[in-house]
Design a protein around this ligand. Structure first.
Ligand SMILES: [Zn+2]
Length: 176
């Protein structure tokens, strides 16, 4: 009678090469229950898969929404709706990145060190954050998802070659 207390997502994690990951996501127009449902599902999936962030296309929803952790590791992830990055600063920094939608794939991605992000929360209130650390990287990675860009597009050539087999395996798995 009593089912697991753990909340279940109505959506599943989408893996490469699902075409939704390659679409440019649409802006959110209404801050309504369907947005809150999507955010709840993203929170569940991010926790389940131990992500530093997750973007709506990774749950099959082509909308400009993502979640990212906050500076406080115990805090709930922060929701970014219709986000935009601005005021990039600092030298490009290369660091290893993975992606929930690309299991077993990892490679170095060069990104600007420092950036600001302005977005809306679930209630439609605008806010701005700035980071020159790990979160700056997470925001840029999630923002890429909203443009249909993946880490395999941004990796240096050597890492792309090193991951070629894993990418092919994902493509083959999708073909069944
Ligand atoms: Zn990702």
């Amino acid at each position: 009678m009593s089912e697991s207390n753990e909340a279940k997502s109505r959506r599943r994690l989408v893996l490469y090469p699902d075409p939704v990951l390659r679409r440019r996501a649409d802006p959110v127009i209404a801050f309504d229950d369907s947005l809150r449902e999507l955010l709840a599902d993203l929170r569940i999936l991010m926790k389940q898969h131990h992500g530093a962030g997750i973007a709506a296309p990774q749950a099959g929803a082509s909308l400009r929404v993502f979640l990212a952790g906050s500076e406080d590791p115990d805090a709930e992830p922060v929701a970014f709706v219709n986000p935009r990055l601005h005021d990039f600063a600092g030298e490009g920094v290369a660091a290893s990145e993975g992606c929930l939608s690309l299991p077993h794939i990892e490679g170095e991605v060069l990104r600007p060190k420092e950036v600001s992000i302005t977005a809306f929360d679930a209630e439609g209130r605008e806010f701005t954050l700035r980071s020159d650390g790990f979160l700056a990287r997470v925001w840029q990675h999630e923002m890429d998802h909203l443009e249909g860009v993946l880490i395999i597009d941004r990796m240096r050539t050597l890492d792309r070659l090193a991951n070629r087999r894993a990418v092919k395996e994902l493509e083959a798995a999708a073909e069944g």
